[in-house]
Design a protein around this ligand. Structure first.
Ligand SMILES: [Zn+2]
Length: 420
């Protein structure tokens, strides 16, 4: 017994020791008012010296949130003073946010997910498997492909009848954006269980393809090792790992807003589709694209609803007016239930230039009629570490906006039958 206790303690100790902690790490927001300030922030990000940028500094006139480790606080004060940064401390202890977030790493979903905790990949996959068993005539599993570390990228199709138009739901391609897969799985569950007439309508008259965790290796890593991980996990240099999968898609790749520094959080990869995860998602999508009327991509955070393109060189999409018409009503719906305010617009004008994103590829290569990307809650109080008690409200307002998307698109003649 004594040896058992020692063994268990050792194992626990090893687990704790291998997981990065962020005690006394500050989360700071700075305004970027000048080109000089922008370049200073870019340099800090590129140094890879302990600062973690929650948003990449890309333009004058936008604020940037980043994490400052305790041993860099004094240096940061000097930099702020020297270059005249206006700053705001959003949090003084990142670890406290993480401790209070509601991660349930020790929970396995036996009777299903409850959306009051954030679950690890095995629990999400177990739950997906259970839906296939529970709804054999409606839910069909599919495998998008394999990750670099050999995991399946699992998906589910929800189809109540043949000949429906389709919606494709991608989430959690950025590993640390946990609320995105939590919300997409909640929405998937609502399509199967809700009695609301609006939800039943879109559930039964549309085929839904869900890929809740598009970057499983990165997602697992956020649960086991580093909550702040964003990228894939394929080695990118002798010292650094991963590419930003949402800068790795092969449409106008590396044409702004992405990095060729292998250690950067926005590293675009060695080449377009260098990451097995993005190559697999693109190959899978190609097999179903003709059935898809809308592609939805969930990210966090900032409360933004956007449409392609994210590059300055691509110009505007062919049916931009339709995106504006539909998206404006979605934006209203997002605030109706809880007053959550979203900004809405084209990626470049609403947020920044970001090339190689999945939605640019979806629109540019497949011309899927409607393509929207959400940056979900919040606006920076918790950032990526959104407390689990916000999962359901976040997902509810998102589902409201998806019901509205279909309603508005139908007015324009879409969603009447397969791919139109
Ligand atoms: Zn993201």
């Amino acid at each position: 017994m004594k040896y058992f206790i020692i063994l268990v303690s050792l194992c626990l100790g090893m687990t704790l020791a291998s997981k990065a902690r962020f005690d006394n790490y500050h989360v700071v927001r700075v305004n970027v008012d000048t080109e000089v300030q922008l370049n200073v922030l870019r340099e800090l990000e590129d140094q890879n010296s302990g600062y973690m940028f929650w948003e990449t500094p890309v333009a004058v006139g936008r604020s940037v949130d980043f994490v400052v480790p305790p041993h860099k606080l004094a240096e940061t004060d000097v930099i702020f003073e020297k270059f005249g940064f206006k700053s705001l401390t959003l949090a003084k202890n990142l670890q406290t946010l993480i401790d209070n977030e509601g991660a349930a790493d020790n929970l396995r979903a036996r009777a299903g997910l409850e959306w009051t905790n954030y679950y690890p990949l095995e629990a999400i996959y177990d739950w997906m498997d259970s839906l296939v068993a529970q709804y054999p005539n409606v839910v069909t599993p599919f495998i998008v492909g394999k990750t670099y570390e050999g995991r399946d990228i699992k998906g589910l199709k929800v189809s109540y009848k043949a000949g429906n138009p389709g919606i494709f739901m991608e989430s959690n391609i950025h590993a640390r954006e946990w609320v995105t897969s939590a919300s997409s799985t909640w929405i998937l569950n609502q399509l199967l269980t809700s009695k609301d007439a609006g939800v039943r309508d879109i559930a039964e008259n549309i085929d839904w393809y869900f890929v809740p965790v598009a970057n499983p290796d990165g997602f697992v890593y956020t649960h086991t090792s580093n909550r702040m991980w964003r990228k894939t996990r394929q080695p990118s240099s002798s010292l650094c790992y991963g590419a930003d999968p949402n800068r790795n898609f092969g449409y106008k790749w590396m044409s702004g807003g992405s990095s060729n520094n292998a250690c950067s959080d926005t590293y675009a990869g060695k080449s377009e589709f260098s990451e097995p995860e993005t190559a697999a998602l693109a190959a899978f999508y190609t097999t179903v694209a003709k059935n898809i009327t809308a592609y939805i991509d969930f990210h966090s955070y900032s409360q933004l609803l956007m449409y392609p393109y994210g590059t300055t060189v691509a110009g505007s999409i062919s049916n931009e007016a339709e995106h504006i018409q539909v998206g404006t009503e979605m934006q209203k719906k997002l605030s109706e239930r809880y007053g959550t305010k979203y900004e809405f617009g084209n990626i470049v004008t609403t947020i920044y230039v970001a090339s190689g994103g999945s939605i640019d590829w979806i629109k540019g290569v497949h011309d899927t009629p409607f393509v929207f990307v959400y940056e979900m809650r919040d606006t920076g109080r918790y950032g990526f570490i959104l407390p689990a008690d916000q999962i359901i409200p976040n997902a509810e307002e998102t589902l409201d906006s998806l019901v509205e998307m279909v309603k508005q698109a139908r007015v324009l003649g879409y969603f009447k039958s397969a791919r139109n």
